[in-house]
Design a protein around this ligand. Structure first.
Ligand code: 9MR
Length: 451
């Protein structure tokens, strides 16, 4: 594989979780609710679009991850679980457990699934590259047929072929076992096979560095134009949209989406992430969102992960939620561009919260305590927690909250101090110093109430 700094990293072969597909409920349509316009999914749905994210099966068990996914998104793309090395590491032995987990979760929440990806030079098991031409053709078509049959009826759009063109000015096809042995025709063949297997799934070509007009995007454009003219089945083009300071959102981003749409295909933003922080990052995210909305055939946006900590390039903090699932300015920019409104109990569910307590420092005469407040499965805008101390303890200072005291002086009601708004599953903490006056009992933390 050619080295592509900051783009393609060596394959991290993921351990597949050995969990079977648990009774999936098949539903259709977008998740919606009375407060839908205060979530990404709800406000995108109001504009006739989906808002998706890459999902990794091994994070689904983390409650904050799952609750943020369920509250904010109505589409998913398995980040690695449907790739060739994950599903057919050994020829003709198919392993779907991790991908099934994601599809099952998505179906139970009425989320769309983008299938990613069938034919790609990367995350490709070595045995594929070792095959002779005839065998490789059989293996490619068999892979497409098996995987698409397994997920038939459950996939909104498949990335049938991924990243088949070179970067740079050549506009040439990228070298791969498929390109090198089967020649240019392999892409067309893959799409034709895909159509015959699941005629209801949209079939996409997906690539990066095609987000503005360039030699590479021109080459993809010429291929799509040719496919449409000759009746080769293609329904959509995915624009990955991995941006950073060296590769910012191009000024002709919208125009480029539009020229593809004008060929008669849907366009989708498939792997959006933008390195940076604060206002600059938010502005770029807003531009991308606005561009999609301005192109009628831009059917949806998928970001490439939920919290920054799980991004494939986490050091660039390129996503919409920080490591604690708090909404970043980029989130607000996207929501606003989608016509959504911030605040309110997002997700349409009941506002709830829970607490945990920890003693964080101890001295001979005092200790520090910390209470972490975590929102439940809906976003909250305020919380309140009672903390009861044992006389003759006295609290000498508090932080990250606004305390009031009852007449006994032992019960503190703590409310937010600028940290009341939490995304579903997100957390904040407040703290206090307790002068023990000889009593080292831990305080009693009462129920958490949220609104
Ligand atoms: O995010 C994916 C990361 O976990 C993998 O290690 C990597 C391996 O190639 O693939 C990442 O996802 C890629 C996607 O499948 C295709 N476009 C580029 C993405 C970022 O590398």
């Amino acid at each position: 594989m050619r080295k592509l700094p900051r783009r393609i990293r060596p394959t991290a072969v993921r351990a597949l979780l050995a969990t079977g597909l648990a009774g999936a409920v098949v539903t259709t349509g977008l998740a919606g609710s009375a407060h839908a316009a205060s979530t990404l999914a709800g406000s995108a749905a109001a504009k006739g679009r989906y808002f998706g994210t890459a999902v990794a099966a091994n994070h689904l068990g983390e409650s904050a991850y799952a609750s943020t996914l369920d509250a904010e998104f109505n589409a998913v793309t398995p980040e690695n679980e449907m790739k060739w090395d994950a599903v057919e590491a050994t020829r003709n032995t198919f392993t779907y457990s991790a991908a099934d987990q994601i599809v099952s979760h998505a179906q139970s929440k009425s989320m769309k699934v983008r299938g990613h990806t069938l034919v790609w030079h990367s995350q490709l098991p070595g045995w594929v590259g070792s095959l002779g031409t005839t065998d490789l053709r059989t293996a490619m078509n068999n892979h497409i047929t098996q995987v698409m049959t397994h997920y038939k009826g459950k996939i909104y759009a498949w990335d049938v072929v991924n990243e088949a063109f070179q970067d740079g000015s050549s506009g040439a096809r990228r070298s791969s076992p498929f390109q090198d042995k089967l020649g240019n025709g392999y892409i067309e063949e893959a799409f034709r096979t895909a159509r015959s297997v699941d005629p209801n799934a949209k079939l996409c070509y997906n690539d990066y560095n095609t987000d503005g007009q360039s030699a590479k995007s021109n080459a993809v454009y010429a291929m799509v134009k040719d496919f449409k003219q000759r009746g080769v089945p293609i329904d959509c083009v995915g624009f990955q949209s991995h941006f950073n300071s060296a590769s910012p959102v191009p000024s002709d981003y919208q125009a480029n989406l539009q020229r593809f749409a004008d060929l008669g295909v849907d366009v989708q933003i498939t792997e959006l992430d933008i390195e940076g922080s604060g206002t600059a990052q938010a502005t770029s995210y807003g531009k991308v969102t606005t561009a999609c909305l301005a192109v009628t055939r831009c059917t949806g946006i998928t970001v490439w992960g939920i919290p920054d900590k799980y991004s494939w390039r986490s050091s660039g903090t390129p996503l919409l939620f920080d490591n604690n699932y708090a909404k970043k300015p980029a989130y607000t920019a996207v929501l606003t561009a989608l016509g959504g409104t911030t605040g309110g109990g997002g997700g349409g569910g009941t506002a709830t919260c829970t607490t945990t307590y920890a003693r964080t420092n101890v001295w001979s005469d005092r200790f520090n305590g910390q209470v972490t407040v975590t929102a439940g499965s809906s976003a909250i805008t305020a919380w309140s927690v009672n903390v009861t101390f044992t006389s003759p303890q006295k609290v000498s200072t508090t932080w990250s909250g606004t305390p009031t005291w009852d007449s006994s002086g032992n019960v503190m009601t703590m409310k937010p101090n600028g940290n009341g708004s939490l995304a579903a599953g997100a957390s904040t903490s407040f703290g206090f110093t307790v002068m023990t006056n000889g009593n080292t009992n831990a305080p009693t933390v009462g129920a958490c109430t949220a609104s």
